[in-house]
Design a protein. Structure first.
Lengths: 450, 493
């Protein structure tokens, strides 16, 4: 018998108890017409499995072997050893959704702390227990707006939203009969406020604004919030690089109704893009329309504080076809990881990581400026504020990135993969994990190879 | 707070541990000039320190979360018979493998030649899932089962639109998991519930009547169903649907019951999601992340989300060349770290082991059914596969409900069964032991369940007041919902 199961003796004793001579008898209800054997190689030892995956992992190039300036939705930040050590406790990772609060207080309290952190980061009232990723978080925000403002059947995407997020939004909106209007960015990389004014109307339920946006530029959130509020729509501030919230005021401060997006930057490994960590925060008045699980504080019969899943009448297991979302399993363990990392960083560290990342990016920008006006790599929006990622223009970004790779540098993400309508260039992200030497090497290589 | 509590029971919120000046990290030296954000960013867009974040040391954080962890019940501790959730053992080798830096640290936008190993993992997993299902193609992107359902239903919608048909109705048996109707609605359909037969199975007569009424896009059905019973007429149902141009969506939450024995492709399924966190052992993580790949028939393959992984010779590539695609359903390519674990599990078990897994799951469920049948009422007595659904009707005579039985089980050291569905069973106790358990663990569970049955007759108040031995007693859920406290706030001393 396989090492993950009990033995033949167990099987014989149980077969006797159920009155069968072979285990096949238990499958007698499955018709012959649908039967079929499994054409897969035989069971392997742990050592063989390890060997195969070592080979697969070695067929990849780990970014540590490079000076990496990749971002565009997944960012490299401090990952304290404590986070993964705690995550590997079986009490956390081999439990499930805390349906039985009396034996799930660990998960429940940790996620209550997570919700508290998200509220603090976003300056909003309530946050849920996580969603899949930033892209689906924006979807849930738009769908919530459509439920909240019935009759308004159009969403506006203002400025540069990550192209994957924009594509996912389109996938979800079309069957729901929601139209999407895109508002272009202006020459400074920010939402063109005049164009936004033209796009708004009394049929708009939500306006999505990414800041920092997918070009790296920080938007004028107060001005946008005023325009959105005047149109009676819900404002959605989408955040792709969550550590930016350690330096930049969140949309919640300015009147945005939802702040949501991706928390991967707080200690979630890149893992080739998943699992990531969607977050969702909103104003109190939207609580009953929120998607996903919520943890609430209460007390037991003895008056002792405890935590439970609550307000589940919004959810699919109660409301079925009328639920606020179809989400069931969320990204709980990733939420725990972020909770641990934010706890370790704390009041001082959340800010310090943001300032250090910003400083590294500014260092590279300053170096590029110093290379002069005639250089073939130019800042796309030289006068616009950025956080830890910015766009440089180049007429052959893919060729340039290939040359940089030859020197051990992953120089950024080419916008050629973003599709038509995006400026040709490279998004460069620098964080506190990039050393000065790496930044200098990037600058020198750009100087020589562009 | 009571003075009699032990240290670990006194663990408060992380915010309550905060002490000015403590830090739990250290960054490397900045090395570059500090950049004053106000020099480049308008002051109104900046923020300072977030005042209410805690100040704690690394030791504080380790102690805090370690103590919290001890308040959880987990598969590592014992039987976790949460029906339909398939709480099986999560192999440690998978945790080791997924942390290899060539997998864990891989950025999704690295050049394709640098991620050949990752693409190979995805391609190999797709091949394995094709072998398991007998279907035509698989998308690995959905992040969870419900996400897979939505993806599958969007493909069905797109396939109908490609034929110029905008059908509105999706039929769903009354025994279905709640995500089925929710996912169908978010894919733009209306749901029509169909009543199960007195045996708890799909009613072909009702199916025929609805199909004759027209406008039916698909049937969503779980096989085996949520009672753990194989749908005996699934092939006929598929033929009826197909003859009317409708599709069969199969919920694969219970796929673990027949892996290596039967193939959904032969049942006529057009789309089937596979919960890797159920059948293929990826950890449930206290509520995810999961992964919900969807296998499809040739009829739906043109509509798969992009990208897919394609192999040419010994090279792998992400392909966006699928003109009729439903588009993207999430960022990047899937919950890759869960895909790695699932493939490692499939390699560890092999074809023979996967079949043995299904056999063990079914035998264990039948063993519990046989041993508990006298003490608990079985509302539907069709042959069980991987799970068995009892109800509380015997105990209800003494006023003991399924929730009371569940809470009393906690005192006996077990996680309770599922109670929230199937909705066709009032007071359900849906028990799924999985293949991970040996006869000793199952016998201990039987002894606990029998003791509770006896207590329900003799001392019902004891059962109704349970649990007594857990870190907290029954919590006031009404208060939690009526006066929601969903976050910590600094007390206004």
């Amino acid at each position: 018998m396989h090492r993950y199961q009990a033995g033949e003796g167990d099987r014989r004793a149980m077969l006797e108890a159920v009155g069968c001579s072979t285990v096949d008898e238990l499958f007698s209800t499955i018709p012959a017409a649908v039967r079929g054997a499994l054409d897969l190689p035989p069971a392997q030892s742990e050592e063989e499995v390890r060997r195969e995956f070592w080979a697969l992992a070695s067929a990849n190039a780990a970014p540590e072997c490079f000076a990496s300036f990749l971002g565009a939705g997944v960012y490299r930040h401090v990952t304290p050893a404590v986070a993964d050590a705690l995550l590997q406790r079986g009490e956390f990772f081999t439990a499930y959704t805390p349906y039985q609060p009396e034996v799930s207080q660990g998960t429940l309290q940790a996620i209550f702390e997570f919700q508290s952190y998200v509220c603090q980061l976003t300056e909003l009232d309530v946050a849920n227990a996580s969603l899949y990723d930033g892209a689906t978080a924006v979807v849930e925000a738009v769908l919530m707006a459509a439920r909240t403002l019935p009759g308004r059947r159009r969403a506006v995407v203002a400025g540069a939203l990550h192209p994957d997020w924009r594509a996912v939004l389109a996938t979800y909106c079309e069957p729901m009969g929601l139209a999407i209007t895109d508002v272009a960015w202006g020459g400074d990389g920010r939402v063109d406020l005049e164009a936004l004014a033209h796009a708004l109307g009394d049929d708009v339920c939500a306006v999505v604004v990414a800041s920092p946006n997918a070009l790296g530029v920080i938007e004028d959130l107060p001005a946008l919030a005023r325009a959105i509020a005047a149109a009676g729509a819900l404002g959605v501030h989408a955040v792709a690089e969550a550590t930016s919230l350690g330096m930049l005021a969140p949309g919640g401060r300015f009147g945005f109704d939802v702040v949501c997006g991706e928390l991967q930057a707080f200690g979630i490994p890149a893992a080739f893009g998943g699992p990531l960590l969607g977050f969702f925060a909103a104003r109190q008045q939207h609580l009953r329309q929120m998607p996903g699980r919520l943890i609430g504080e209460t007390a037991d019969a003895g008056g002792r504080r405890g935590y439970v899943l609550t307000l589940s009448t919004r959810e699919q297991h109660i409301r079925r076809a009328k639920a606020t979302s179809n989400i069931c399993t969320n990204h709980g363990l990733m939420a725990l990881a972020a909770t641990i990392v934010i706890s370790l960083l704390g009041k001082k560290g959340v800010r310090e990581v943001a300032l250090a990342s910003h400083a590294k990016a500014e260092y590279v920008k300053t170096g590029l400026r110093a290379q002069g006006a005639g250089h073939r790599v130019q800042l796309a929006f030289p006068d616009s504020p950025t956080y830890d990622e910015f766009l440089v223009l180049h007429d052959d970004p893919d060729g340039l990135l290939a040359r940089l790779k030859g020197e051990g540098i992953l120089g950024g993400v080419s916008t050629s993969r973003f599709g038509a309508g995006w400026p040709r260039g490279i998004l460069i992200a620098a964080t506190e994990r990039n050393t000065r030497e790496e930044c200098d090497r990037l600058l020198a290589a750009l100087g020589r190879l562009a | 707070m009571s003075e009699t509590r032990t240290l670990r029971e006194r663990e408060g919120l992380i915010f309550e541990r905060s002490s000015a000046g403590r830090v739990g990290y250290q960054l490397p030296p900045l090395e570059v000039p500090a950049a004053d954000p106000a020099a480049t960013v308008p002051a109104g867009l900046l923020r300072g320190e977030i005042a209410d974040l805690p100040e704690v040391s690394e030791v504080d954080v380790v102690r805090h979360f370690t103590r919290l962890s001890k308040w959880n019940y987990s598969v590592d501790e014992g039987l976790y018979p949460l029906g339909s959730c398939t709480m099986k053992y999560n192999p440690r080798i998978n945790e080791e493998i997924v942390r290899l830096s060539g997998l864990a640290q891989l950025h999704p936008l690295q050049p394709e030649e640098q991620v050949q190993g990752a693409l190979a993992v995805m391609w190999e997993l797709e091949q394995a899932l094709l072998a398991v299902t007998g279907m035509a193609r698989v998308t690995l992107q959905p992040a969870a089962g419900a996400h897979g359902e939505l993806t599958g239903m969007l493909m069905i919608r797109k396939a109908l639109l490609a034929r110029g048909e905008r059908r509105r109705k999706v039929l769903i048996p009354d025994s279905a998991h709640g995500t089925n109707p929710a996912s169908a609605v978010f894919a733009g359909f209306e749901t029509v519930e169909i009543a199960s037969t007195p045996r708890g199975t799909l009613d072909l007569g009702a199916l025929a009547r609805h199909l004759d009424g027209g406008d039916v896009a698909a049937l969503m059905v779980t096989v085996p169903n949520t009672l753990g019973v194989f749908e005996p007429e699934i092939v006929e149902a598929a033929a009826m649907l197909h003859s009317k141009g409708a599709f069969l969506y199969m919920d694969g939450a219970n796929l673990n019951a027949f892996v290596g024995i039967a193939l959904p492709g032969k049942m006529g399924a057009d789309a089937l999601h596979i919960n890797l966190h159920k059948t293929f052992s990826t950890p449930h993580g206290g509520g995810g992340p999961g992964a919900g790949p969807v296998a499809v028939s040739p009829a739906l393959a043109p509509y798969l989300p992009v990208p897919t992984v394609e192999r040419t010779g010994d090279r792998y590539a992400l392909s966006y060349d699928r003109p009729a695609t439903i588009g993207k359903v999430r960022g990047f390519y899937g919950n890759f770290a869960m895909l790695v674990r699932a493939l490692a599990y499939i390699r560890s078990l092999g074809g023979d082991g996967l079949r043995s897994m299904a056999e063990g799951a079914v035998l264990n469920a039948n063993y519990l059914r046989a041993r508990l049948a006298g003490d608990y009422h079985l509302p539907y007595d069709g042959p069980s596969l991987h799970e068995v659904v009892f109800d509380d009707s015997i105990q209800a005579a003494a006023g003991v409900k399924n929730i009371d039985i569940a809470k009393r089980l906690l005192d006996y050291g077990f996680h309770p069964p599922t109670m929230s569905f199937p909705l066709i069973v009032h007071g359900a106790l849906m028990i799924e032991p999985t293949e991970s358990e040996g006869i000793d663990e199952l016998d201990a569970f039987v002894a606990a369940m029998r003791a509770i049955a006896r207590e329900s007759r003799e001392e019902p108040e004891l059962v109704k007041g349970a649990p007594y031995s857990t870190p907290v007693q029954r919590l006031d859920e009404v208060r939690a919902a009526r006066q929601p406290v969903l976050r910590w706030r600094r007390p206004a001393d």
